[in-house]
Design a protein around this ligand. Structure first.
Ligand SMILES: Nc1nc2c(ncn2[C@@H]2O[C@H](COP(=O)(O)OP(=O)(O)O)[C@@H](O)[C@H]2O)c(=O)[nH]1
Ligand SMILES: [Mg+2]
Length: 368
């Protein structure tokens, strides 16, 4: 491998206007081997590649060179999602990468390290799909690096055992390649990769993944997020509205319960007042009845007394009457008994009176 000193490498920036046969965009986590892959492709040390946990490639770099008699432009990029730099603007750097690919990338080489194949790798494929859009998968070749450190028997087996990965590979049209950077002398792996790339370009009828596609993806994602946000807000509003209605319903229910309670209390009060009045009335009636009975008894007593008195006085009367009667009957008896005597007396009296009268007449006639 003919390594050049990195400092002397011709690294093109934004605005380069070279008519290449092939434009390749390298995407992957820090340490996945993007810069090293670029160097292998050119068989030259054109990008800085060192063993480091932090991002060595700080900004996008483009290099155009001759590979297998083809003009190839490779765009090396920093780690867009796991960057340790605080001043790193992922979105603008990503746009810069696409601008460096202008008018577009024929192929996106998505690098996944087999030595550190963890959930982070799958997170990266998720980020890639979300950021570049589903359309980008049409231009993607998955490049597994650090193949020498692969613990699995075969790469195909490893892919099969990871449903998420095999699904992703499927959606990339089963395009993947294995690279062992530590065997740079093996140009066969580069040739093989270039062949796969050429097949893909031909399948895509020379079309490219462009910045506009990514911007359109971004626009759609923003639209989706805006709609999701709107739906979330509407859902929240509906939830609040439902809560408000529920509160009103609860208040109405409580009010109804309160009214019912009031009504119950009112009815109970009315009933107890009615019962009280009824009892009072009953008491009064009983009282009156007792009074009446008392009065009647009094009257009866008085009547009896009167009667007794009357009886008493009656007895006396009878007695006097009896006495009178007795007297009367005695008299009558006397009269009866002396009837003839009385008759004789009366006759004698009449005779006497007549005599007296006659005498008086005679006497008056003899007088002058
Ligand atoms: N053993 C091995 N080492 C690799 C491989 N690819 C990259 N490396 C090493 O990993 C380190 C980081 O590589 P680099 O290309 O700078 O990663 P980048 O951050 O993706 O650009 C370097 O020391 C490389 O030599 C590989 O396939 N196998
Ligand atoms: Mg790098």
């Amino acid at each position: 491998m003919k390594y050049q000193n990195f400092e002397n490498t011709e690294v093109r920036g934004e605005g380069d206007d070279v008519d290449e046969d092939l434009r390749l965009l390298l995407i992957g986590k820090t340490g996945s081997g993007k810069s090293a892959t670029g160097n292998i492709i050119f068989n030259d040390r054109v990008f800085k590649s060192v063993m480091s946990s932090s991002s060595v490639t700080r900004s996008c770099k483009s290099h155009t060179g001759n590979v297998n008699n083809r003009s190839v432009r490779v765009i090396d990029t920093p780690d867009f999602i796991f960057s340790t730099r605080t001043d790193f603007d992922s979105d603008s750097e990503l746009k810069k990468a696409l601008e460096l690919c202008s008018p577009g990338a024929h192929v996106i080489l998505l690098l996944l390290s087999l030595s550190t194949f963890t959930e982070q790798e799958m997170d990266f494929t998720g980020w890639f799909e979300q950021k570049f859009g589903e359309e980008a998968l049409r231009f993607t070749v998955v490049l597994f690096t650090h193949a020498g450190q692969r613990h699995m028997r075969t790469l195909a087996e490893m892919i099969r055992m990871n449903p998420q990965l095999s699904d992703f590979i499927n959606r990339c049209g089963q395009r993947y390649h294995e690279f062992n950077i530590k065997a740079p002398a093996n140009r066969g792996q580069v040739t093989e990769l270039i062949e796969k790339i050429e097949r893909l370009i031909s399948d895509n009828t020379n079309s490219c993944y462009t910045l506009d596609m990514m911007l359109e993806t971004e626009r759609r994602r923003e639209e989706r997020e805006r709609r999701a946000e709107e739906e979330k807000r509407e859902k929240e509003e509906r939830r609040r509205e439902e809560e408000r209605r529920e509160r009103i319903r609860e208040e109405e229910r409580r009010e109804r319960e309160h009214q019912m309670q009031l009504e119950r209390v009112k009815i109970e009060t009315e009933n107890s007042v009615r019962r009280y009045i009824e009892q009072e009335k009953q008491k009064r009636e009983e009282e009156e009845k007792r009074e009446e009975e008392k009065r009647k008894e009094e009257e009866k007593r008085k009547e009896e007394e009167k009667k007794e008195e009357e009886e008493k006085s009656g007895d006396e009367e009878i007695e006097s009457e009896h006495t009178a009667l007795e007297r009367d009957s005695g008299f009558k008896h006397v009269v009866k008994e002396n009837k003839y005597i009385i008759g004789a007396g009366v006759s004698v009296s009449v005779v006497v009176i007549v005599l007296v009268f006659v005498l008086l007449k005679i006497f008056s006639s003899t007088q002058p």
